[in-house]
Design a protein around this ligand. Structure first.
Ligand code: ADP
Ligand code: TRP
Length: 323
């Protein structure tokens, strides 16, 4: 059975794009077995240098996965920094990796092109990510489009090492999620870094206010509209049952007195979000009253993950002559 592995950075509060683009897919994989998921906290240090925030985001990502039901599956779930072997393997990989490969990395290239000083950590980011994947003998890495280049770099690094020292690391493939792009409140791709994200557990007034911010045009409610072009409809498609969606689409297309206005669509969206996440929200609250359960779950995961990474690390040390 193929092994699935993926990581998510605790660089902000998890948003709807993360939920539909990553968490849901990870959960499906977890139910099938042989799945590994971790919180990439070492990676987050390349952009977040606020210890309190980092602790908060790690906890929120952990809670989100557990509230989604990951704890009821066999999946191994841990915090990256609980397995220091990955930094050791990253060092080994860096010794067979050319600077040219790293200098072609998108995030490094984009930053330096904008004249922003990049840390060595940002340049080295793909090596650590390759180690995250290779340390667990992963076969398939489910990710968003933006991460494909990193998986290709991982394949290259595994190849360099294996051709230097003999077969040591397993070559992984990537898999794209079914929802590769959820739009943000402004219509761009939703991202923690664009200020257009909606936190999964937003509720009450704050939720209403955020949805109120979704940009609409000035067409009157009775004017016929193509639902495909409406950001509000795109969001509703993630949340509503097919029959209700079909009815809404028909009323929008037909126009007239029966057509929903933007205000009605926004109110429906608020209700849909509150309903969709009601269970997970309740579980999140329960978990937060017992933070020791969150820690215990991550600690259990770390023991299982570390056992695998140690074995792979030893294999690599033997291959290159350090043992
Ligand atoms: P962000 O861009 O907000 O920093 P991350 O890079 O931490 O998000 O992404 C974590 C996971 O969520 C990745 O697998 C990524 O592909 C997925 N993801 C992030 N934003 C979206 C989005 N808007 N739509 C779909 N998937 C997304
Ligand atoms: N770079 C990934 C992101 O920003 C997070 C990540 C770190 C990751 N290590 C990984 C994803 C290993 C998959 C596999 O989303």
């Amino acid at each position: 059975m193929k092994r699935f592995l993926s990581g998510i950075q605790p660089s902000g509060l998890p948003h709807l794009g993360n939920w539909f683009g990553a968490v849901q897919m990870h959960l499906e994989r977890a139910k099938q077995g042989n799945a590994y998921f971790f919180i990439a906290d070492y990676h987050a240090l390349t952009t977040l240098q606020d210890p309190e925030k980092l602790r908060e985001y790690v906890r929120e990502i952990a809670v989100t996965y557990l509230a989604a039901g990951l704890g009821e599956t066999e999946a191994v779930f841990w915090r990256q920094s609980d397995v220091p072997e990955v930094t050791e393997i990253a060092w080994l990989l860096s010794t067979v990796t050319g600077m040219g490969l790293l200098e072609r990395g998108h995030s490094y290239k984009d930053k330096t092109a904008k004249g922003i000083a990049a840390s060595a950590g940002l340049l080295y980011y793909p090596v650590l990510m390759a180690s995250d994947i290779l340390a667990y003998d992963a076969d398939v890495v489910p990710v968003g489009k933006d991460q494909v280049q990193h998986i290709e770099m991982t394949q290259d690094m595994a190849g360099y090492w294996n051709s230097t020292y003999g077969q040591t690391f397993r070559r992984p493939e990537w898999e794209l999620s079914k929802t590769p792009k959820v739009s943000g409140l402004d219509g761009q791709k939703m991202s923690k870094s664009y200020g257009n994200a909606l936190w999964i557990f937003e509720e009450g007034k704050a939720l209403k206010k955020a949805i109120g911010r979704i940009a609409t045009d000035s067409r009157p409610p009775d004017e016929p509209k193509d639902p495909k072009g409406l950001l509000l409809f795109e969001w509703l498609e993630l949340l509503l049952p097919a029959d209700e969606l079909a009815d809404l689409a028909r009323r929008l297309q037909t126009g007239g007195a029966n057509a929903p206005g933007y205000g009605e669509l926004k109110a429906r969206l608020v209700l849909a979000i509150e309903t969709h996440f009601a269970d997970a929200r309740r579980r999140r609250q329960e978990l937060l009253t017992h933070p020791e359960h969150i820690e215990a779950a991550l600690a259990r995961g770390a023991v299982a993950a570390r056992a695998v990474a140690r074995e792979v690390r030893d294999r690599a040390l033997r291959a290159c002559g350090l043992r």
